[in-house]
Design a protein around this ligand. Structure first.
Ligand SMILES: [Zn+2]
Length: 280
């Protein structure tokens, strides 16, 4: 293929950030830190390996996803508790915050809501940063392991991919069929997963998660939330997923209530201000 004469000049143009976040509403981390100093654990849900479970978090409460027993990756879905059409928007969260999220960044909801659903308030893996391969932790680039892609690439019927685990858990929670639950399952936050894009081919890669038992990722629930978490069949995702080969461990979800004074002061973020008329 022949290059145009000014090919190098075109490549040399400096990139600009698509979404400068200087005008993005900033979470009050000092307020969250004060609230974190006085939390009472009110509930917990243990997610079995190669399976998923649902949990609810009232607005103003905190929840932690915690590593127990062994290095394990989790796939997280979030919905507005009383309206499943408002759900986590992985793609827009990625566009706003980048490929991986950590303390101070948020999980944003789908259109037409586009508001923060949860803010990350603590990340014991925050030290990891970016490694020499461009890898980092807690990505919003992977979608979730699923039986359809597995069928396409490897053939066979595997029923414990995160997509199926999340579908079963939601079906059970909502007391509906898997056919009714499946359309609600969406692209995840890959909790504890260490991923990136290869520099040469730009392909999505994974490597063994740096997570160890007692590590946790903590969130503040901006609105009433329904969550579903899958303990990925890939375990620490060091070699493969979508199979029963990897060592796999449970994950613990803990729900914390802050004190009454804090709960009285909280404000739930409003739905996005666009009028929805789309020029009509
Ligand atoms: Zn998975």
């Amino acid at each position: 293929m022949t290059e145009p004469q000014d090919a190098e000049a075109r490549r040399a143009i400096k990139p600009v950030i698509c979404y400068p976040v200087e005008t993005l509403p900033v979470p009050d981390m000092a307020l969250f830190d004060r609230a974190r100093a006085n939390l009472t654990k009110v509930d917990e849900v243990l997610v079995p390996p190669r399976d998923a479970a649902c949990f609810t978090v009232p607005a103003g409460h905190f929840f932690r996803i915690k590593s127990v027993e062994g290095s394990q990756v989790g796939d997280l879905n979030l919905w507005a508790r009383d309206d499943l059409s408002e759900r986590f928007y992985s793609g827009k969260t990625r566009a706003l915050h980048g490929t991986h999220i950590t303390t101070g960044q948020r999980m944003w909801s789908s259109f037409p809501h586009l508001r923060p659903m949860a803010t990350i308030t603590h990340d014991t893996l925050g030290w990891y940063g970016k490694d020499e391969f461009g890898g980092s932790v807690h990505d919003v680039i992977g979608t979730r392991c699923d039986p359809y892609t597995h069928q396409l690439l490897a053939g066979g019927q595997y029923h414990h991919c995160c997509h199926s685990n999340l579908t079963r858990a939601l079906a059970q929670h909502m007391a509906v069929s898997v056919d009714q639950a499946e359309p609600h399952v969406h692209d995840v936050l890959n909790v504890f997963m260490c991923t990136g894009f290869t520099r040469d081919t730009g392909q999505y890669f994974m490597k063994a998660s740096p997570v160890r038992p007692d590590d946790y990722l903590e969130f503040y629930a901006e609105i009433d939330l329904l969550g579903a978490l899958s303990a990925c069949p890939g375990g620490d995702c060091s070699s493969q997923h979508s199979s029963d080969v990897a060592a796999c461990y449970p994950l613990l979800v803990e729900i914390y209530r802050p004190d009454a004074v804090f709960l009285e002061t909280i404000k739930t973020p409003r739905r996005n201000g666009y009028d929805g008329t789309h020029g009509t």
